[in-house]
Design a protein around this ligand. Structure first.
Ligand SMILES: [Fe+2]
Length: 331
């Protein structure tokens, strides 16, 4: 058998899914595993442009990922995807294939099923949690009870300011995606989940006339509004054991250059979770409708972050955040 034929058989039968695109994002090859994973009939889709293949939503995301690969001139990057329908977790590797002169000749997506690996890790995590739960003393149980009380407070704020409701949940989701993709399953993930939901509960202490004002705030009103992170801290202060969460929530309006509030913390003095919340907060604020304007496109949020790297935002985290938006992982 000719080596060319053997090569084709190898690609065809690789244990990972493989799709090869030309520079117009037309599919020129898809192997058996790619067909199985993505539920795309190969014979219909070879030669088709990526965007003509189903399902639309994931193809649009893949298009953004491939553009990112070509535009940013990087060799490869990874993205984790969850197929909720089939309970599968995949790791996609996007890679640029270059010729001898380093010019991109094609792009490929290799999809590896990592469900089993993730399940083992999650089982270990669960076992650890069970062990931890077993050593919980009465004080810890009271903390859990306190968390339920906090949910009631969150619900109260949401009644007062309907905008905050969707906002806090979206900021939480965005921050969690960022942490998952950047640091994996860490303690920070569970901390940011609670801090994200609670970061604006201090708005309960802000007058309705300021909170729901359709126009710009006066300087005095703005000073009042700036009190909300400190009020958040005061509300959460009985949870002494959750001090990381309180610090994350309290400092979500600090700026990287030290000109933020409430404490004017600078650079890495600002808790990592708070620097992430600040990015997610801005992204969601720009891309959502406000009482005084309509939602703006994601490009506006990207330029808002880009223009304020090093002043408002941590440049390293900000660039990573923009990468995740550009590659379709966030937003
Ligand atoms: Fe806030």
């Amino acid at each position: 058998m000719e080596s060319r034929e053997i090569l084709k058989l190898v690609l065809e039968q690789l244990p990972d899914g493989l799709i090869i695109f030309d520079l117009n994002d037309d599919i020129i090859f898809a192997n058996t595993m790619a067909e199985k994973i993505r539920h795309i009939p190969r014979n219909e889709n070879i030669g088709q442009n990526l965007l003509n293949c189903h399902p639309e939503y994931s193809m649009e995301k893949m298009k953004r990922a491939l553009n990112y690969l070509k535009k940013e001139k990087i060799d490869d990057f990874h993205r984790m995807i969850v197929d909720k329908e089939n309970n599968k977790i995949y790791m996609n590797t996007y890679k640029a294939i270059r010729d001898a002169n380093k010019k991109i000749a094609a792009t490929i997506v290799v999809t590896r099923d990592i469900t089993e690996k993730q399940v083992i890790e999650q089982d270990q995590l669960k076992n650890n949690q069970i062990l931890q739960e077993q050593v919980l003393d009465l004080t810890d149980k009271l903390n859990i009870l306190f968390l339920s009380s906090l949910t009631c407070i969150v619900n109260t704020v949401e009644f007062k300011d309907p905008y905050t409701k969707g906002h806090s949940l979206r900021v939480t989701d965005i921050s969690k995606t960022f942490v998952e993709q950047t640091y994996g399953q860490t303690q920070l993930l569970s901390e940011i989940e609670i801090a994200g939901k609670l970061h604006d509960v201090g708005k309960i202490g802000i007058r309705d006339s300021i909170l729901n004002k359709p126009g710009r705030l006066t300087p005095e009103e703005y000073e009042q509004m700036k009190l909300h992170p400190v009020i958040t801290e005061q509300i959460l202060s009985p949870m002494a054991k959750l001090k990381n969460i309180i610090a994350t929530a309290k400092h979500h309006h600090e700026r990287f250059d030290g000109k933020g509030y409430p404490d004017g913390l600078k650079g890495e003095e600002i808790p990592l979770g708070a620097r992430i919340l600040a990015l997610a907060d801005t992204y969601d604020a720009v891309t959502s409708a406000r009482p005084y304007r309509q939602a703006l496109p994601r490009e506006r949020a990207i330029s808002e972050i880009k223009n304020n790297l090093g002043t408002h935002y941590d440049p390293e985290l900000g660039n990573k955040f923009i990468d995740l938006v550009n590659s379709g992982t966030i937003g």
